[in-house]
Write a protein that binds this ligand. Sequence first.
Ligand SMILES: [Fe+2]
Ligand SMILES: [Fe+2]
Length: 472
Amino acid sequence: MISAEKIPNNVNLSSNKRLQRALEHWQPKYIQWWRDMGPQGFQDYHQVYVRTAVSVDPDGWAHFEFVKLPEYRWGIFLADPVHDRRIGFGDFFGQPVWHEVPGEFRNQLRRLIVTQGDTEPASVEQQRWLGQRCPSLYDLRNLFQVNVEEGRHLWAMVYLLHSYFGRDGRDEAEELLERQSGNRDKPRILEAFNEPIDNWLDFFMFTMFTDRDGKSQLMSLSESSLDPLSRTTRFMLTEEAHHMFVGETGVARILERTCQLMKQAGYSEDVRKIGGIDIPTIQKHLNQWFSLSLDLHGGEVSSNAASYFANGLKGRAKEETFEDHIVKNAHYTMEFFEEGKPVAKEVLMRNAMNEVLRDWYVGDCAAGVTRWNKILERHGMSDRLRLPDRKFNRHIGMYSGFYFDPNGVPLAKEEFEKRKYEWLPSAADSEYLLSIMAQPVYEPGKFANYIAPPRRGINQLPIDFEYVRTES
Ligand SMILES: [Fe+2]
Ligand SMILES: [Fe+2]
C-alpha cells in the first residue's frame, strides 16, 4: 500500500529526505500549473468520479472516488521489481540491470525521459477546453481521468529526473512546467503536442492514435536497462490502456450514431443536415492524427535509435518475442524514395529501430480500425475507414518534404496543396464540429446527438450515473 504522505508513493520517499524535500518544493508549482493550464472551469466546484491509484497491485490501482481535480492524489508508483532482472538487449545483453544512471549514458537517458515527460502535461494543456463542450457526463469523467493520469505520468518522469539527474534533473523538472503546448516562444518538444485539440473528434482520435504512440514508447522504455525507468513505465502502461479505450470506444460510438443517422436520412452520406458527423470527416481526422503520431516515432534511419538500442536504454516493444537481442549484423529492408520512385534498400537493423517500433505501432492501429469497420459492416454500410499510407503527410523522417496521397502515390506540391482538404480536416470541418459541440451536455444519462451512449458505465455503475457533480 502507498503511504498517506503529502506525496503518495511506493518508493519509500520518506527515507530520502533530500528527494522528499525537492519534490515537495516542486509540488505547489505543479498544482499551480494544473490550475492555470488544466481543465478550464472544472477546478473548484466540481467533484469528479475518478480512479486513483492506492497501490500498484491489480485491485489497488483501480480505486474509485469523487474528488475535486486539484485535490487528486498524484503520486509516484513503480511496478514491483523483477528478481535478478537482466539487460534484455544490446551490447550489455545478459548483464544485471542498472539501479543508478551510468555517467556515460546520463545525457541520452535524460533526453529520453525529458522527451517522454514533456508529452504528458502537453496533452492536458491541449485538452483543457474540452470540458466546456462535452457530449455527456460519462465522457467528461473520462476526459478528466485521462487528464489526471497524464499529470501523474509527468510526476513519474519528474521523480526520475529528481532522483537520478541531480541539478540538471531539477532544472528539467522546472522547465517541464514552463513550456506550453502551442506557445510560440516556448512550445512543447514534439509537434503533435502543439496541435490544438478543441473538439471531441480530435480528442478521441488523439487518445486512439497519439496515446498509442505513448504506448509504443512506454513499451520500449519498459525494456530499459535502467531499472527505475523500466519499473516506472511498466506501471504507466496500465493507466495508458484506459486512454486508448476512451479513444477507440469514443470513435466507435460516433460511428454507431453516424450509421443510425445515415439510415434515418435514407442512406444519405450527408448526415450533417441532421447534426451527425459524416464518415469522410471521421476519415480526415483519422488521417491527421495517425500521420502526426507516425512522426512521433522519429526518423526511419536514426543513429540515435541505434545508440539507444546498443546501450540498452530503449528496446523494442515486446523485446522477449524477438530471437536476436543483440542485432549486430541484421538488416531491415526499407522503402526509400529517390527521384520520384520507391527504392528498396537494406539498412542496418539497429539504425532502423524507430521503424521497427513504428511497424508494431501501425499493426496495433490497424487492428483498431478493423474493429471500427465491423460497426459499419454490421449496419450494412459500404464505407470503410482505413489507415493512410505511412508516407502520407509526414513532417519527420525521409518522407518529409515530399508529397503523397493517402494511397502513397507521389504528388507534386501544388497538387497536394490543391487536394489537401479532401484528406485532412479543413477550417470548415472544424467549424462544423465546434457548432455541434457548442452546447455541452451536463445532464446525467443524456448524450449529444452525434454520439451513441456507451455499452456500459464506469466501474459497473449505470450509464446515467452522475459522474461529475456540481457543488454549489
Ligand atoms: Fe501519458
Ligand atoms: Fe495517455
